[in-house]
Design a protein around this ligand. Structure first.
Ligand SMILES: [Mn+2]
Length: 379
């Protein structure tokens, strides 16, 4: 009975906050590396029959040399342990123009490593110690219609076991939509019962869907919406009826939300005291902590000893302290929510006349520049 590790959304190269390590590296980038390394440690120690990564291995289309070198180093560790590795591209690393080329090319021609990133469905026969496992890989596509076509080509027949790997939002399930520009939908009927296991990526919280499908979730936290979720990967036995799924923790850095404190009408010293108490209640060694104080008037903000509040977060790695005034509250209510750079640009472009130009082509070129800018910022 084959055993596979399902890992997803490792976002190598992801950076956040200002904290650096003693080596001058962004602490969060190191955290994301550590989380993926723990997955590989587990694989090397327990030697599953294969490791399946369901996309967003990297955080951006153009990862830094450091992120690329780290990813290769970990994949080589799997190779040396003779654990086959299959990865499909996700929306974060897949270029939006074919000419850009994919970073996943670095995995071509590595024995025991199969990277699916060419926008087309591939049935990958993986030779494992437990016999052949066929991985039906459906990588990120440029268009939803193309993705649907490729998903429909996947046929789990012949000798099993059969594993489907894809990155996207399964339609018709509450609470999965992430809201990214190039997010793809996986039609519910693509989750066919014939698969021994369906390895899903994109949704960052672990979730089991039906009898045979699961999102592994991300290995680290990319936002406060993941604060309460256990982070990890899945250890799955397949090949005899329903898969047996066990969650393995990656010990991601904790995020603690101290909530929203409405300080309307309160004097500065009282606000400092209350905010400090709230922070002390959640502060934890090395955690990322957030507190929103709302309803402040500008004079009170000037009188506040913000450093005293910050000290209350004590041993936290990072304090995200938001001091919001009435005016800011009112302004926020009158402004539309600001989306991602890509989404804002798309909305802007939709309202422009583009006589004589191919609108999709203009969008693709512009988005590739935006991606390039984001990539170099992340680097
Ligand atoms: Mn992701």
């Amino acid at each position: 009975m084959p055993r596979l590790l399902h890992v997803s959304d490792t976002h190598l190269g992801h950076q956040a906050y200002a904290r650096l390590t003693s080596d001058g590296l962004n602490q969060r980038e190191v955290d994301f590396n550590d989380a993926f390394r723990r997955v590989v440690d587990h694989a090397v120690a327990t030697r599953p029959d294969l490791v399946v990564h369901s996309g967003d291995l990297f955080d951006v289309v153009r990862p830094s040399n450091r992120a690329i070198a780290f990813a290769l180093e970990q994949v080589r560790r799997l190779q040396r342990a003779e654990v086959p590795f299959v990865v499909v591209s996700g929306n974060h690393e897949a270029p939006r123009m074919r000419e850009t080329g994919s970073i996943f090319r670095i995995f071509d021609d590595l024995p025991g490593v199969h990277a699916s990133y060419r926008g087309e469905y591939e049935a990958i026969p993986v030779a494992t110690r437990a016999g052949r496992v066929t991985v039906h890989a459906v990588p990120q596509a440029l268009e939803q219609s193309e993705f649907n076509t490729q998903l429909a080509r996947a046929e789990p027949h012949g000798n099993g076991p059969h594993v489907l790997a894809a990155h996207g939002t399964v339609s018709g399930v509450d609470g999965l939509f992430v809201g990214e520009l190039n997010e793809l939908l996986i039609p519910h009927n693509a989750l066919r019962d014939e698969y021994d296991y369906i390895a899903l990526g994109h949704f960052h919280n672990h979730r089991v869907l039906g009898r045979n499908a699961a999102y592994a979730g991300s290995t680290e936290r990319t936002s406060f919406s993941e604060a309460l979720e256990e982070k990890g990967f899945l250890d799955v036995d397949i090949g005899s009826g329903a898969p047996n799924v066990r969650v393995r923790a990656t010990n991601a850095r904790p995020m603690r939300d101290a909530g929203v404190y409405d300080a309307r009408g309160r004097p500065a010293n009282e606000i400092v005291e209350e905010a400090s108490q709230r922070l002390e209640a959640v502060a934890q060694e090395g955690a990322i902590v957030r507190l929103r104080v709302v309803g402040l008037d500008p004079a009170t903000v000037r009188a506040l000893d913000a450093n005293a509040i910050r000290r209350a977060a004590g041993p936290a790695l990072h304090l995200d302290l938001r001091l919001e005034t009435h005016e800011a509250d009112a302004a926020q209510q009158s402004l539309p929510e600001l989306g991602s750079l890509d989404a804002e640009f798309q909305a802007f472009l939709a309202g422009r006349p583009l006589a004589g130009l191919d609108r999709e082509r203009v969008a693709a070129v512009a988005l590739s520049y935006l991606q390039g800018a984001e990539g170099s910022r992340a680097a």
